[in-house]
Design a protein around this ligand. Sequence first.
Ligand code: ABF
Length: 228
Amino acid sequence: MSENIVNSKKNAGNYAADLVIDGNIVGLGTGSTVLYTMERLSYRIKEEGLMIKGVPTSYQTAVRARNLGIPLTTLDDFPKIDIAIDGADEVDSDFNLIKGRGAAQTRERCVAAAAKQFIVVVDESKLTKKLSAVVPVEVIPFALAVLCDKVKSLGGNAIVREGVKKDGPVITDNGQIEVDCDFGEIDNPESLETELNNIPGVLSCGIFTEFKEKTVVIAGNATGIEIL
Ligand code: ABF
């Protein structure tokens, strides 16, 4: 990762952490940009006595938060939360998102839905006019062929995501598999999201179009941030 991207992620992540106030229940997303948010929250907890609780969107985030001394809670205890801070793979000019490179989009969607405010932290290279990144889809293995068939009928191509060792599929935190679906440029993200999420056996696809009204995008660059 270039130094510019690292600084851009850090600037976005840090800025988002400073939006959190005492008493907040904070959705903690997954990925490298949110890690900067968590490091800054950890600093604020230790140095400023900030009192918060985090709801992690993945096992990886839960482990990182624990190591950073961020107290954790669950949606069982707080079905409504104040703010969720999460990364994205692509953000278009209408605030439609593609998420799921971390295979955590199902829990990320639950946490974003529960939040009053949804803060998306990205480096500015993630901004695009039109979504075109691969769309991750979490599905139960039983419905894999049905999903692949449907993706094909929608003009896409589905590939089961493999682990780094290439010795089997990635197993998500929910015990399911992750399928990367390439549709090229996406003309209508809302309808594609609905089509994919309505396939029986799909837990969640990575297109997020429904949180626009409560979304603030913080796009980091090498020297600062832009709020969109
Ligand atoms: C998660 O992390 C995902 O939904 C998204 O795919 C990814 C962004 O990662 P990073 O911040 O490392 O670029 O939030």
